[in-house]
Write a protein that binds this ligand. Structure first.
Ligand code: PMP
Length: 404
């Protein structure tokens, strides 16, 4: 064994890194995970499902069945479009929101790969992508490394503003629009049915395609389910609708899918093949088996129970602890709360003190394509028990009070 080990950060050779990756050496997400890992810190930073909620026995049973009963197929190369059983199950599930045939499904290794595959298929360097302000930062990254220029569109508590979207399309002639209409990351906000219809109207009038990212829609705390924008008249052919098993079953299995219509389905399959041939066949067949033989709805109902209680615990703990004039969202589902501390506050600047006090959050600036509100922070309420949440928010309150 070699005794000469080079550290991850030092080397006597500098690879000529592609310009689109320069300055991306440490992604903000990577930093979150290292913060979250410190045992003495109550971290609200990551969007990390509570591992104690994983349906371990059921999932183990499905992996076991796949390897024993479908072993030679599961361990072989598969098709880029995705395994037939999984596409069938995905189409069945999606059809509760929007009629979908298995032939319209493209399986991806999580939605993150879905975003990358879509970017690969659609974006030319220099294209503009319109995003909500703020939006999911890893999506921005997937678009940016394909040379896209992100332009943020103004939002309010009901999501993206249709007039602002209309104006931005006129001004920037975007290649596509990227939206997370339900329980958005990072704000937890959702677009009403009326807002969805207005947004669909704008997109139809300008013939601009939509990437609708929906990993959180099923995590609805009060039972309200929002129909996807893709189900608005004329929108199903203009939309790539992205779904993921990460927040419902497990992020580790890395399974998601894109629903599309028409010739773009072929392009998506070619892009997927170029990137990774296909998603793990073992994982695809296991998720298909799980969806076929287990009750995902019952499992999700249990997850919702727990998350709702934690959302309440965090909202309750934050009451009276933020500076006067602060604004905080009270999401009806999903995983995140979004707080704007207001004029004069900088959440990034506050973070070092917060971590010293044993609490971490994600500064909100990184979620803005431009004109960041630096007083904002994203707080995930799903990882910890109500007691730990109260303790962590208490620590945050003390740090804020000391600065205030
Ligand atoms: N889109 C959004 C809005 C997300 O919040 C996430 C996960 N944090 C993803 C996509 C990617 O999820 P995955 O790749 O695990 O499906």
């Amino acid at each position: 064994m070699s005794t000469q080990m080079s550290s991850a950060s030092t080397s006597d050779f500098a690879f000529p890194v592609a310009a689109r990756y320069a300055g991306m050496a440490s992604s903000p997400l990577k930093d979150i995970f290292s913060l979250a890992a410190r045992p003495d810190v109550v971290s609200f930073a990551g969007g990390i499902p509570d591992p104690s909620l994983f349906a371990l026995e059921d999932i183990a049973e499905c992996y076991d069945w796949v390897l024993r009963e479908r072993g030679t197929r599961a361990l072989q190369y598969g098709v880029s479009e995705g395994e037939a059983e999984l596409r069938e199950q995905a189409a069945r599930r999606l059809s509760r929101e929007l009629p979908t045939d298995a032939s319209q499904i493209r399986v991806t290794s999580g939605s993150q790969e879905g975003l990358f595959v879509a970017a690969e298929a659609l974006i030319e360097p220099g294209d503009v992508v319109l995003v909500e302000s703020p939006t999911y930062l890893a999506a921005v990254q997937a678009f940016a490394v394909h040379g896209a220029r992100m332009v943020g569109v103004e939002t309010d508590d009901g999501g993206v503003l249709p007039d602002a979207l209309d104006a931005a399309i006129r001004a920037h002639h975007p290649r596509l629009v990227y939206l997370i209409p339900t329980f958005q990351n990072p704000t937890g906000r959702s677009m009403s049915a009326e807002r969805r219809a207005q947004v669909a109207d704008v997109l139809r009038r300008h013939d601009v395609p939509l990437i609708e990212d929906d990993p959180y829609g099923e995590l609805s705390f009060d039972g309200e389910r929002f129909a996807p924008i893709a189900s608005e008249p004329g929108m199903s052919s203009r939309t790539l609708l992205m779904k993921s098993m990460s927040k419902l079953m497990s992020p580790g299995v890395r399974i998601g899918w894109i629903r599309a219509e028409g010739p773009i389905l072929d392009t998506l399959a070619v892009a997927k093949a170029a990137i990774s041939m296909q998603s793990s066949v073992v994982d695809q067949l296991t998720v298909a088996r799980y969806l076929e033989t287990k009750d995902l709805d019952a499992h999700v109902a249990k997850v919702i129970e727990v998350y709702r209680e934690r959302r309440d615990a965090m909202a309750q703990a934050l009451t009276g602890r933020l500076p006067e004039g602060a604004h905080v969202t009270r999401p009806q589902g999903g995983m995140f709360l979004w707080a704007a501390l207001g004029e004069g506050w900088d959440a990034q600047d506050l973070l070092a003190d917060a971590v010293s006090a044993g609490v971490a959050y994600l500064p909100g600036w990184s979620f803005f394509a431009e004109d960041a509100d630096r007083s904002t922070m994203r707080l995930s309420f799903v990882t910890h028990s109500p007691e730990v949440i109260a303790d962590g928010v208490g620590r945050l309150g003390e740090v804020i009070a000391r600065r205030g």
